[in-house]
Design a binder for this molecule. Structure first.
Ligand code: NAD
Ligand code: MG
Length: 381
């Protein structure tokens, strides 16, 4: 799921190196027809779902023209669920960006599949409910986010864990003068020093909301309270995260910054396989540096920690407001430095009680988007 995206393409690259072990049965995308056409011709799935109906029609026409009318095409959000439930599917890469990925990822969990989780927004939005469904349906959840995959690789006896340290590059603006952040363009925000990623997560990395979302993600994945989750800036992105134990041992996972490593780790787990990533050369590489995150520069990180501590539905509101803010920034309607303010205002104005079921979570997500959008309207007036 999310085959045309950055994680989707890295996944298909890894899978393409192991044709004896994996077969692509179904792919999902949104509106990028040409990219999906190329991917479908290369990997020959039985089914392709395009969330955008016009894109589905265009893809079908293009596949027929290419002599591949045997590849079925589905359209709309229903088709995403159809892909997850396609006969023979047992493993699903959940790499749709944002809240749009929640229902299809939940469908994969409910089918009892082995689910590779890249879509962190699922857990931020509906963590308690999501993890309950994982247990109820005996699904296997393996983390793809590089930090969580690193923690997973280093995680031993949970009772012996003192804390985990999520590393963060600090993004492209770590050393910029604060006043210059006013005029940051989407292109500058999406030019990450170490990783090539989709636009939403690139902006999240620049505000460090990405690390905030990852703190909440780690809370759900590893059952740790906020006090046992620390964030450490490490600009080289070579150490992907660490686990500290009661005896003072600290275990870290290292590697070149390339998402094919965590993807291959999860796909092969508990074995290992080639990913196409080159060997880490510590002697020739840059010196590894560390520093504490500056919460004045990166207020989104503080907002996410507060949302996690607040319990209730604050994380759902945080995620929804952030999605609205980032989309507005990418559209040129909101200055970069206003992203954190919009999220904070939405969290202040809208403080719903703990949701009791998934419908309540979806209602809170929708209302938070309305509250955030109303603020945008005011700001524009
Ligand atoms: P991307 O923007 O490159 O790709 C997103 C994918 O989702 C595309 O295939 C797109 O077609 C699909 N999509 C978007 N909106 C959709 C909708 N409404 N319905 C159905 N499909 C839709 O994003 P990405 O960088 O690949 O990130 C995907 C997810 O993985 C995000 O949740 C991100 O936080 C997470 N993640 C990414 C990276 C990375 O290095 N890129 C690392 C860790 C985690
Ligand atoms: Mg990450």
């Amino acid at each position: 799921m999310g085959a045309t995206g950055s994680i989707g393409k890295s996944t298909l690259d890894v899978i393409g190196r192991h044709p004896e072990a994996f077969r692509v049965l179904a792919l999902t995308g949104n509106h990028r027809v040409q990219e999906m056409l190329e991917i479908a011709l290369r990997h020959s799935p039985e089914f392709v779902a395009m969330a955008n109906p016009d894109a589905a029609t265009a893809l079908h026409t293009a596949l027929v023209a290419a002599g591949r009318d045997d590849i079925r095409v589905g359209s709309g959000t229903e088709a995403l669920l159809e892909a997850v439930r396609w006969p023979g599917v047992s493993e699903v890469m959940a790499a749709i960006v944002g809240a749009a990925g929640l229902m299809p990822t939940l469908a994969a969990v409910r089918a009892g599949h082995r689910v590779y989780l890249a879509n962190k927004e699922c857990l931020v939005m509906a963590g308690s409910y999501f993890m309950e469904e994982v247990r109820r349906h005996d699904a296997t959840l393996l983390p793809i986010d590089s930090e969580h995959n690193a923690v997973f690789q280093c995680f031993g006896d949970p009772k012996g864990v003192r804390r985990i340290l999520l590393t963060a590059s600090g993004g492209p603006f770590r050393t910029w003068p604060l006043e210059r952040l006013q005029d940051v363009t989407p292109e500058q925000a999406c030019a990450h020093p170490n990783w090539v990623m989709g636009r939403k997560i690139s902006v999240d990395s620049a505000t460090m909301m990405n690390k905030g979302l990852e703190v909440i993600e780690a809370h759900w994945l590893f059952s740790l309270p906020a006090d046992q989750i620390d964030v450490l800036i490490h600009p080289q992105s070579i150490i992907h995260s660490m686990v500290e134990y009661l005896d003072g041992s600290v275990l870290a996972q290292l590697g070149n910054p390339d998402m094919r490593t965590p993807i291959a780790h999860a796909l092969a787990y508990p074995q290992r396989m080639h990913s196409g990533v080159s060997s880490l050369d510590l002697a020739r590489g840059p010196a590894l540096e560390f520093e504490e995150p500056d919460l004045a520069r990166f207020p989104c990180l503080g907002l996410a920690f507060a949302a996690l501590r607040a319990d209730g539905a604050a994380a759902t509101v945080l995620n929804a407001a952030n999605e609205v803010a980032v989309a507005s920034f990418l559209d040129g309607r909101l200055p970069f430095s206003a992203i954190a303010r919009l999220v904070e205002q939405t969290l202040t104005d809208y403080q719903p009680a703990q949701p009791t079921d998934l419908d309540a979570v979806l209602d809170i997500d929708a209302e938070a988007r309305r509250v955030a959008a109303a603020h945008l309207g005011l700001a524009a007036a």
